[in-house]
Every structure is written in structure tokens, then in C-alpha cells.
Design a binder for this molecule. Sequence first.
Ligand code: GLY
Ligand code: MN
Ligand code: MN
Length: 461
Amino acid sequence: MKTILAVLLLTVSAYGQPLKLDPDVFAKRRHAFIEKMEPGSVALFASKPEYDRNLDVKYEYRQESNFYYLSGFEEPESILLLAPSHPRFKYVLFLRKRDPRRETWEGPRSGTEGARTVFHADTAFVIEDFDSHIWDFSNNDGALYYGFGVNPEIDGKIKSLFVDGRSGRNKAILDPATVVDEMRLVKNEGDWSMGLKKAIDISVEAHNEAFKAIRPGIYEYEVQALFEYVYRKNGSPRNAYPCIIGSGQNATILHYETNTRQMQRGELVLMDCAAEYGGYAADITRTVPVSGTFTKEQKEIYRIVLDAQNAGMKMVKPGATLGVISAAIDTVLAEGLLRLGLIKSSNDRRLFSLHGYSHWIGLEVHDVGGYTRKGKEITLEPGMVFTIEPGLYIRPAVFDLMKERGYSDGEIGQIRARAEPYLNIGVRIEDDILVTPEGYRNLSEGVPRGISEVEAQMKRR
Ligand code: GLY
Ligand code: MN
Ligand code: MN
């Protein structure tokens, strides 16, 4: 029974190579967290709540990322406790009790025994006993690390026990994010082997398959289905974020997720789609011609975005900043827009580029870690992973914004005429970049980006 439970709880997914969780990785993370805790303090992490979707149906459950990062434990209605000052029990799980009738419907629960044998907790209790057992671990000295806002019910419990609660129990409450976010910002072998690499590899495979399937007449949702088939076939339980398949003018809607349109010859389709694996998110965008061949105008815009992305990548090395990368991208985008006569001044580039060019990725697609330390921009270190994702979006709404920026009616008229051949072109190219001691590695380089490479991959259909 023990072995079966261990196999069930330590594997994720059905097809492909199941993910094996490595208990040592979680133990090392807990140890690193504990090292940074204030003397005499305890830390509590709440599980995410389950949410009702409609009658008798819940939204798919996903564990809160810090809880998962420190334990690998994915059941709801649980609390993780770290108590470094306790003589015996430094890592404790409070969790749902075993319930054979419910388990017949919903699948196996770890229970207190599984918490110890599979998740290596020093001890475990059923969640109903949290209020009585918490005082075995927490005393009047030292702070409590707890992040409010994950689970309203557990927040209420913590507030009544530690904030409004018994006299003398009023503790200093510290945000564990100050410690965990820093840990999660710099990835290591554990992150790589337990999901980050495979999330990116699966997403790369899915993009390459999509390239081969796209043709005039195909619906956006058919391409989405292909992405999601490749994810599931490789054991990814879910998308890292909702799939964006924007064809024609939908490519200019940044977070278009409807995916219902039929693609036409002569258009571009922008695909911002990636898988989650072992909790880790990839984040990849490619923009390709529906017919398999870029038009002259599409090439002009695409080339500017590609050159901008390459200029950004060139700047990546330890000690650089995302600001430096962003500035290099801005320069190329502005030069391109000025060359086409679509802006008057390089300061106006954001009229067409709209969004930021980088964010950390990890257990969240927009991962934790912050972008400044003590008011200064974070400098890159080996192990940091982030996106480089410039884009240009030529949409009619831009002309109203130009008016607000002080462009005259005459100038807008001229720009409108020059923009006409480019109207409704939206291009974004997004890759996942690892900082290495020597510079960087483009982890998603397996999806073609160059114009002729994209066209060649599409011909493999
Ligand atoms: N897919 C979300 C983003 O690119 O940030
Ligand atoms: Mn992104
Ligand atoms: Mn993206």
C-alpha cells in the first residue's frame, strides 16, 4: 500500500515520461529558507482554496506556488509549517484526513502517513487539529512568516489565532515572499530537472507542429487544439496561461484568447502559447504567415521586431539589467518605425510596441522575484530565466492616440496613408532566456524565428 501511494503521489500525468519529483530538491529548498528565517520564528504557508465552477464542478486545482516549491505537495485544504527551533519536528504538514468514500470519487489522499513517507514531513496532522497543535510549535518569542491573500479561510484562522488571539500571542508577522521570491528568482538544477526544461521543450515541439498545420481556412481553435494535444501527449497537465492564437487583426489584440476566427490567405497569425510542466511555465510567441510565405509588408515589420529581439539578446550577460536589454530593443524598434514614417520621434515608439519586453518566468509565467533591490534595478545572475518579447502592432486605434500626443490632423493623415499597407499587422516574437556565466542560452531556440527558417518549417507540413 505504501509503495503504491508513493508511486501515485510522486508522479505527475499519464502519457510520456512521467515527472519524478525529487524529495531532496524540496528538502534543500526548505533548508535554504530556514537558514534565512529570524531566530525563534516559524513559517506557515497556506494552500490555495478550491473554487466552484458550477454545480458539483470545481475549477482544476493548482497548488499555491510557494507551498509547492517548498514541499511538492499538491492537495488543497493543507498548511505547511516550518519550525526550525523545534527539537524534532521542523517540517510539518497539516492536511485532509484519509476518507475511503471520498477517495473512491476523487482519488487517493496522502493522509498523515503519506505526508511523512512520501513528502518526508517530520510529522503531520489532520487540518482540523491545526488550532490545537500550532501551539506545540509556536511560542511567544520570534516572528511568524505568513503571506496573507492566498486563502481567505486560512487568513481568518491566522488572524484570529495570532493577531486578535490569546493574549501574549501577538507576533510580528513577516512576509515569507521576502525570502522565497529571492530563492525562486535564481533557478538551479532542481528547477531545471523538475519541470522548467521540459515545459520549454514541450512548448517548442508544439510550436513546430503548429507551424506545419497552419494553412488558409484553418480555425484559430484548431491550432489551439494542436498545441494542447502536444502538451498533454507529453504529460503537461495544463497550459502555462490561456493560449493566444490571433490571426489577421486579432494579432494586434495583446491578450486575445477567444480563438474562434477562420484564418485567411495573406494574413499573419500570432501564437503566444506554452505549456506548464512540474508547475513551471514556458512562455513562447511566434508570428507566422497563414499562407506559409511572408508578404513584403509583413517582412518589413517582422524584420524590425526580429532585429530588436536579437539586439536585446546580445546584451544578456551577468551584470547586465533588463533595463539595458529593453533600451537596446527600443532603439531598434524606434529606428524601424521612423524609417517607415510611422512616428515623428523615437519617444513615440510605444504607440506601436505597447508592452514591456521582459519578465521572469518560473512557477508563475510572470514569475516572482521583483525587478529592483533597494531601489536599484536587479542585475542579471547566472540561473535567472526571463523572456525577451518585443512586438509591433499596427492598428487603427493608434491614430486616436496620436491626436492625444499632439500630432496634427495633417500629420496623422500622412501617417495613416503610409500605415495603410501595414494595417492589422501584429508581430510579437518571444523567447525564454537563461543567463549563463558566459552570457546566455536561448532555451526556446528550437522554434524557428528567422524569416526563411519560419517559411521552411511551414513547408514541412
Ligand atoms: N503570455 C504572456 C506574456 O507573454 O507575458
Ligand atoms: Mn511573456
Ligand atoms: Mn507570452
